[in-house]
Design a protein around this ligand. Structure first.
Ligand SMILES: C[S@@+](CC[C@H](N)C(=O)[O-])C[C@H]1O[C@@H](n2cnc3c(N)ncnc32)[C@H](O)[C@@H]1O
Length: 387
């Protein structure tokens, strides 16, 4: 039941961001656990969900969009499935400093009369801002604009840097296409290094504007530690980190196994991953920029012996190409990290009909106040010892 009290976000009725606003956090966890039991309970019992002590202000990557309303610059989230913007200035799930910076950018855009992008004509300047905050407090601001030259943007950047010394880099990105993607193809660093360094489970990770990086540090550490615990490595394994992003999981597993190969489609993320390996002095890992399914097929052709696979695909799950190659490689252990419960259910049904058995299911509450659920599942070959 949705309750409105002093803790309920004032934008809850309009903003599409949080579907579970007004539901006490303990109840949110119960609902998520019930949903996972309903979806996956037929495969195996589901562990109690790992929740957060403090479920507020956990998002360290925030996107906001700009528009005009009555000649005023406004900035916030799109109302779900529309192009209307809700000005959610003190959003309860975003990092608080990022909320403050976004509001400052809005005020500066108004002050310097910076043109705002028009979604219909695909013309104009400021369209979105993306902010990433690292756990050590470094901040990256990506200004997404309709063109690479926007009048008075330099003044905005100068004033912003002065007000927030914790902003270590500012990047300009051009996106003038008709798309729901935030970032376009062209990028130019206006200030600093063009990336930030974040910390997870004791390692440093360089994160570029376009690389995927989990948005909730505390729960990401819980998620990765769960995956490593489930995998129960013995030190001799060849491990595939599929859909590896900036190499986080593979780099954390490297000290527990013989060798790791990470595969990822996004070339920027692979560049980050290679540098992350070097910076963290991990030398038993290599990375391949490719479609994960194609890469798994190439391992089948090479008859490479693979002992374990950790996969962390996007919401739509892994495709048949990937799953069939996985089945042929037949690793002893598979740890499936999923942010898409429905695709997870489908993929698990496919694997369990073809020689794998589920040994453990652990939901993790990565995104309080939203419907989203992250899950870690351990599979091993049917009929063999679970670990
Ligand atoms: C949920 S993220 C996981 C990233 C990483 N494991 C982490 O925890 O930060 C999914 C990743 O899959 C990548 N990806 C999407 N489709 C892919 C494909 N067909 N082959 C390989 N990687 C893909 C995305 O670029 C993204 O980095």
């Amino acid at each position: 039941m949705r309750i409105k009290d002093k803790n309920t976000c004032p934008y809850a009725d309009y903003c599409g961001g949080c579907q579970m606003q007004g539901i006490p956090y303990a109840q949110q966890l119960n609902k998520k656990e019930a949903r996972m039991n309903q979806l996956l309970g037929r495969f195996h019992s589901v562990n109690p969900i790992l929740g957060m002590q403090d479920p507020y202000h956990y998002r360290n990557k925030i996107n906001a969009s700009f528009a005009y309303a009555d000649h005023r610059v406004i900035c916030g989230n799109y109302v779900e499935s529309t192009h209307m913007i809700v000005e959610s200035k003190d959003c309860q799930i975003n990092d608080e400093k990022a909320n403050e910076i976004i509001e400052s950018i809005r005020v500066l855009a108004q002050k310097y009369r910076i043109s705002i992008f028009n979604e219909d004509t695909l013309k104009g300047g400021l369209r979105h801002v993306m902010i990433r905050v690292s756990s050590s407090g470094e901040i990256m601001v990506v200004l997404v604009c309709g063109s690479m030259s926007v009048m008075h943007l330099d003044e905005l950047v100068k004033e912003l840097k002065k007000k927030y010394p914790e902003i270590t880099t500012v990047v300009l990105n051009q996106n003038n296409r008709h798309t729901s993607m935030v970032l376009g193809n062209q990028t130019k660093t206006l200030y600093g290094k063009g990336y930030i360094t974040d910390q997870l489970c004791g390692l440093d990770f360089r994160v570029s504007p376009k690389s995927f990086f989990q948005v909730n540090k505390r729960q990401t550490e819980a998620l990765y530690n769960t995956a490593i615990r489930m995998a129960h490595f013995e030190g001799k394994e060849t491990l595939i980190d599929a859909y590896c992003g900036t190499g986080t999981i593979g780099l954390l597993c490297a000290k527990h196994v013989k060798e790791v190969i990470g595969v990822e489609l996004n070339k920027d993320a692979i560049k980050d991953a290679v540098i992350n390996a070097k910076n963290n002095r991990v030398d038993n890992i290599r990375f391949v920029a490719d479609d994960a399914g194609n890469f798994m097929r190439s391992l089948v052709r090479e008859k490479k012996k693979i002992d374990a696979v950790i996969l962390d695909p996007p919401r739509k799950g892994a495709d048949r190409k990937f799953l069939d190659a996985l089945l042929t490689l037949s690793p002893k252990k598979v740890v499936y990290i999923s942010c898409g419960p429905e695709s997870l259910k489908e993929n698990l049904a496919y694997l369990t009909k073809r020689g794998y058995q589920i040994r453990e299911i652990q939901p993790v509450a990565m995104f309080p106040f939203t419907n989203h659920i992250e899950t870690v599942v351990l599979l091993s070959r049917t009929g063999e010892k679970p670990r």
